[in-house]
Design a binder for this molecule. Sequence first.
Ligand SMILES: Nc1ncnc2c1ncn2[C@@H]1O[C@H](COP(=O)(O)OP(=O)(O)OP(=O)(O)O)[C@@H](O)[C@H]1O
Length: 273
Amino acid sequence: MRITRRRPAAVGATAPEQPAADPREVVSLRDVARTYGRGDSTVHALRGVSVGMARGSFTAVMGPSGSGKSTLLQTAAGLDRPTSGSVLLGGTDLTTLSEEQLTRLRRERIGFVFQSFNLLPSLTAEDNVLLPLRLAGRPARRRMAAEVLERVGMGGYAQRRPAELSGGQQQRIAIARALVSRPDVVFGDEPTGALDSGTATEVLGLLRGIVDQDGATVVMVTHDPRAASYADRVLFLADGRLVADLAGPSVAEIADRMVQLTGGAPAGAGSLR
Ligand SMILES: Nc1ncnc2c1ncn2[C@@H]1O[C@H](COP(=O)(O)OP(=O)(O)OP(=O)(O)O)[C@@H](O)[C@H]1O
C-alpha cells in the first residue's frame, strides 16, 4: 500500500510573496515564533525555528520539558498558529488559511497519533478508522478500513471496541485511522509514551515500516532516546530554539545530547529499555 498522496486539491492560496516551497519538503517551518501571554509574563515557546521535513522521512523531536516540542508539533500540524513566521504544508501556507480551511486541511492532509490513542470507546475499530473520512464528508468504505487495518496487523479486529483491545492494539488502530486519509504527514505526540517496552518496539517498527515501505512522512515528539533512534533524524529543542539536528543518531548519542541539554538525566526517559 502506498501512503504517498495524490496531488491534493488546493485548500488555500499561498501568499504571493512566499518563496516556492522546497518540493522535497512536505512540512516547512520558517522563522516560526510562538509566544504566550504578554508583558512580564510573556512565554517564548518557540523563538524563530526554521526546519523542513522531507517527504518519506521519519523525524523525532526531543528536548527538555518546556523546550517547545508540543508547540512545534501543534504549529506544524495547524492546531496552533505561530505568532510570527510561516508554516508550509506541501506548499500551502497554513498561516494564510481561515479556521474553516485549516480544519479541512487537517482532516484531509494530516494524520495524528496520540499518547492516549484517543479512540472513541463506543465505536468499533473499523468505525474509528473510518471516522476521519466521514467527518471530511468523503466516501468511507469498509474495504478502506480493511486495507489499513491489515497494514497495521489488525485485520482480524475490525469489529472489536477499544475496551476489548490491549494498549498496543489500540495504538495500531489509531495508526490505521491516521493513515486512512492518505495524509501528507502523520504527527505523533509521544505515540509510545503509554506502552510497555515490547509493545513500544512493535509500534515503532510499524511507524518505521509505513515510512520505508509505504512512503509516509512521520514527525514524532518523544522523551525516549530509544524511540527517537527509530527516526532518520532527531531534532533537539532547548528554550524554544532548534539547537541540534542529528542524522541517524544512536540511542547513546541521543541520550548524551539530552544529558547535555538538561544537565542531568534525560527528562521522562525512564530507562533506555
Ligand atoms: N497555552 C499556553 N499558555 C501559556 N504557556 C504555554 C501554553 N502552552 C505552552 N506554554 C509554555 O510554552 C513553553 C513550551 O511548552 P511546550 O508544551 O511546547 O513544551 P514541551 O517541550 O512539549 O514540554 P513537555 O516535554 O513538558 O511536554 C512552556 O514554557 C509552556 O509552559
